[in-house]
Design a protein around this ligand. Structure first.
Ligand SMILES: C[S@@+](CC[C@H](N)C(=O)[O-])C[C@H]1O[C@@H](n2cnc3c(N)ncnc32)[C@H](O)[C@@H]1O
Length: 307
């Protein structure tokens, strides 16, 4: 059982982020919540008011001691029910500054918006998987549940074409902004506002194939026509529908934030999809990032098709 003492990231980890050009990362974790850095702004996410108060009292001094510039501190409560989520509020800093900022990850630039909803635009715990996509330079990438299209940016920076799919037009608009922020022409890529679950079979009928497919669905969603998606129940079928679009020697990422699922569940979904398509594959799980306790990081698994 973890104790309640906030655990700050070490100077060594901070130095490695600095060296690689990353300023979007956690700075502190505890059972009561966590704090993240996005450039010169910080976000405290708390479920326990004692953690929020500890950050109010100590985050500024810690940042100063670590040599990190701090303009503002935002806060958001981590409610038990997703419906109770709301945008962060400003605790410290200039209220007249725009709510938007820019954070960097291994040289990629991502727009952060503290007023655009509960999530601010980037999930730093997927850093390692984005780096793999960028390194692999897939010619054609399909990013399902794309949110602000951070995986698509990583793919497009490698020179390939990216198709981003999300129910939310607003998130895709933010995604276009992320392309522009990285010197990429959003007009040269596809942004599709649609229910991914409905789109997948249509793409298969059109014989579409991709070198890299990203599947990072929410824990629960209600798609077009009010149909409910539950990741625990539906991940295996989703993995199968996505694998059908993966071309020869292509790669498929399965990812989830669902607290009740682990890597073994993703491996089971992968095996089900591979068996149904009669394909062989290697599997690869990136190690958890150094700044996030393993039990809090997204669970992720790559299926690397052999044929
Ligand atoms: C967990 S976030 C994805 C995070 C993203 N992969 C990233 O790394 O930034 C889930 C996203 O799925 C979208 N979404 C939820 N249900 C959907 C559906 N049925 N079809 C397409 N997108 C959906 C939401 O709008 C949200 O942007």
């Amino acid at each position: 059982m973890r104790d309640r003492t906030p655990e700050w990231v070490s100077p060594e980890i901070l130095a490695s982020f600095d060296a690689e050009g990353t300023d979007a990362h956690r700075v502190c974790s505890s059972v009561g919540g966590w704090a993240e850095r996005f450039g010169r702004d910080f976000l405290v996410s708390w479920r326990d008011a004692a953690f929020r108060d500890a950050m109010r009292a100590g985050l500024g001094a810690w940042a100063k001691g670590a040599g990190l510039a701090l303009d503002r501190i935002f806060e958001r409560e981590l409610p038990r029910r997703a419906e109770a989520r709301s945008s962060p509020t400003l605790f410290q800093g200039d209220a007249a500054m725009p709510a938007e900022g820019v954070a960097t990850e291994r040289g990629m630039r991502f727009l952060i918006d503290f007023a655009g909803g509960y999530s601010v635009g980037l999930f730093p715990d997927q850093r390692g998987n984005r780096a793999l996509v960028r390194q692999w330079r897939p010619a054609k990438t399909l990013n399902l549940f794309a949110y602000t299209c951070s995986f698509s940016v990583a793919a497009a920076l490698g020179g390939g074409h990216a198709t981003s799919v999300d129910l939310s037009r607003k998130s895709l608009e933010r995604g276009r902004g992320n392309f522009s922020a990285n010197g990429l022409d959003p007009g040269a890529h596809a942004f599709i506002a649609a229910d991914a679950l409905r789109l997948l079979p249509r793409m298969e009928r059109r014989d579409e194939r991709y070198d890299c497919v990203i599947v990072d669905p929410p824990t629960f969603s209600r798609g077009e026509g009010g149909r409910a998606f539950r990741v625990e129940r539906d991940m295996a079928d989703l993995a199968l529908a996505a694998l059908r679009l993966v071309g020869t020697r292509g790669r498929l990422l399965l990812a989830t934030n669902c607290g009740t699922m682990d890597e073994a569940d993703l491996r089971a979904a992968a095996r089900y999809a591979l068996k149904a398509t009669r394909r062989g594959a290697d599997m690869h799980a990136e190690p958890p990032p150094p700044d996030v306790p393993p039990e809090e990081a997204a669970k992720t698994l790559w299926i690397l098709a052999k044929d």
